[in-house]
Ligand binder design. Sequence first.
Ligand SMILES: [Zn+2]
Ligand SMILES: [Zn+2]
Length: 281
Amino acid sequence: MPEVQKFSYHNHTNFSDGKNSLEEMVQRAKEIGFTEMGISDHLIVHKNICKSPSWAAMVANNEADIYQTDFKTMLEKYQRHCEHIRKVAKAENIKLYVGFEVDFFTYDGWLDEFKDFLAQIDYDYVISGNHFLFDPSCETIYNINKSIGEVLTLDQIRALVAQHFNNIRESANCGLFRFVAHLDYVRKMGADYCKPQDFWAEKMAVLDALERHHTGIEVSTKGLRKINDFYPNGTILDEVAKRNIDVVISDDAHKVGELGLDFERAEQELRQRNVVHRLKF
Ligand SMILES: [Zn+2]
Ligand SMILES: [Zn+2]
């Protein structure tokens, strides 16, 4: 049995869509012997998010308040959140990193606003975690969810999925992110939209960009809970292993019980796939 990774850099508190408070997550992390932890609540800002064809579904899912339409109005709330994490780290005597899981959007102005926002908060790292499909104009965004099938045809969706991987590639190219989350998350919509071997050239272009920009990738055990497979699929991990890309195991925990979940299985998967480069802050 290989030594199992004793930290997680991708998890959520009730600051975004997690079920537990920061204090509860930290308590649990200590109980299971984590040596450090990164908190990465969502940072999802899009000017037209309320006009998204998926908006009604997102509201019905009680997700509405994790989305924002501009960076300025949320700045103070995020500044306070960063301070809160620093305080808890001190009080609990555990190394905590302040992170955010960011949806990377491509409309004119978004990247500058994002950089400006980052310059004003006391954070340690950002993760590229992408939950929407859109064309390069990025004016209309669709939440990755089976309900997309109600508004777009299969061909339209698959064209957007190809673009989705290009978008993730561009997030790597911008050089701001420490690692990319759940690379083939689109598989949660079902095999019609993206089988493990589909969009291979686009996926490999993402890996090449990650290697060039010294950006890591996660293997997420959340996939096991959603589609009974890791994100990303093992065939992609084989390609990761051939490149100089650092890999981190993530739980993407949204509640205390998910912290460190299935990390032994992930370690075995990485060993089997000959992944040797690992990411640790
Ligand atoms: Zn995510
Ligand atoms: Zn997440």
